[in-house]
Design a protein around this ligand. Structure first.
Ligand SMILES: N[C@@H](CCC(=O)N[C@@H](CS)C(=O)NCC(=O)O)C(=O)O
Length: 181
């Protein structure tokens, strides 16, 4: 799910798709889980830590530390969305109902009201928050949850603008259609 942030800042990377996690691989991972990112002497896991490293290194943060804290809160709201969506997919009707009627509308409403006149969540530049929300909208559309956005034109516009951006366009067009991971 973190791939768009790498493409947006034009980081060249190679992606190894690892099959079932063997004990040997697991023992090399700090918390026994993927994704695992290496850049020079850096070797880390945890997707949010990886994205945070890229966001800092490639200036995807805000104008000051207060804004950075707020950007992080929006990034974490995207993690909450994914968590709720996975529970909806894997769980029973109660979790699906909670996702569709409570969690997703609440988070999308917060994103929609934060998107400003420039089409960004913060200021007049693309930040980590924009890319995180983009990712989530993209995944929700791919999982056929379009109806969640009937009253959120700004979220859809942000998604469209980034989809068509020179940084993401060719990557998005060429990625596998059957899986976003
Ligand atoms: N909080 C972690 C969660 C990582 C996670 O759930 N990784 C999955 C793959 S996407 C995994 O390694 N699952 C195998 C396992 O937990 O044994 C992150 O965001 O990186």
């Amino acid at each position: 799910m973190s791939q768009p942030i790498f493409h947006y800042v034009c980081v060249k990377y190679t992606e190894d798709k690892i099959g079932p996690l063997t004990d040997e691989i697991r023992s090399k991972l700090t918390f026994g889980q993927l994704p695992w990112y290496q850049d020079g002497s850096l070797s880390i896991t945890q997707s949010m830590a990886i994205e945070s490293y890229i966001a800092r290194k490639y200036s995807l943060l805000g104008a000051n530390e207060e804004e950075n804290a707020e950007i992080f809160s929006f990034v974490l709201s995207v993690a909450d969305m994914l968590d709720s969506l996975i529970k909806a997919i894997m769980g029973g009707p109660e979790q699906k109902q909670n996702f569709e009627n409570v969690i997703a509308p609440r988070l999308i409403k917060a994103w929609e009201s934060k998107i400003n006149i420039n089409g960004h969540l913060f200021g007049n530049k693309t930040t980590w928050a924009d890319l995180a929300v983009f990712n989530s909208v993209d995944y929700l559309l791919w999982t056929k949850n379009d109806k969640l956005f009937t009253q959120s034109p700004k979220c859809l516009e942000l998604h469209k603008k980034l989809t068509e951006s020179p940084q993401l366009k060719s990557y998005l067009e060429s990625r596998p259609k059957d899986s976003k991971f």
